[in-house]
Design a protein. Structure first.
Length: 146
């Protein structure tokens, strides 16, 4: 059994009512509940953590090195485009991770076209709304079973 960690960045706690035309109407709680069940059905454990604070996400990534986490799924949200610190934390713990976005940042404002994470990621899933998380977890589970 593997332990997976899903990390959600700033403002994702507002999913459901936050710019639904961009991010959809599925709440973060519903996304997380679906992921937990998807992982459970595959025989694995999944924990979710959301924070609006960069340092809290950095601390949670650092803790993953010692808590048995085997794979990370992360939607850095706005930190995608700004956070060298969160990038460095992922590089430091050297855990495999998949970068996730509900929207397709490449079809949005130019400042969203760069990610500090994509070159380190196993892969990137974006543009499928809440399903981006489900697809990313499926890819992670496939990799874990290889
Ligand atoms: O689509 C998403 O999940 C990402 C979420 C955010 O909050 C934005 O700042 C990113 O640019 C895109």
């Amino acid at each position: 059994m593997a332990k997976l960690l899903v990390l959600h960045g700033p403002n994702l706690n507002l999913l459901g009512t936050r710019e639904p035309e961009v991010y959809g109407r599925t709440t973060l709680a519903d996304i997380d509940a679906g992921l937990v069940e998807q992982a459970r059905q595959a025989g694995h454990e999944l924990e979710s953590f959301q924070s609006n604070g960069e340092h809290e996400l950095v601390n949670r990534v650092q803790a993953a090195r010692a808590d048995g986490t085997g794979f990370v799924l992360i939607n850095p949200a706005a930190f995608t485009h700004t956070s060298v610190a969160l990038r460095d934390a992922l590089a430091a713990v050297a855990l495999p991770f998949i970068e996730i976005h509900l929207s397709n940042p490449h079809s949005r404002e130019p400042f969203r076209h760069h990610s500090y994470f994509s070159d380190l990621a196993v892969g990137v899933v974006c543009g499928f709304g809440a399903d981006s998380y489900r697809y990313a977890l499926d890819a992670a589970l496939t990799r874990l079973s290889a």
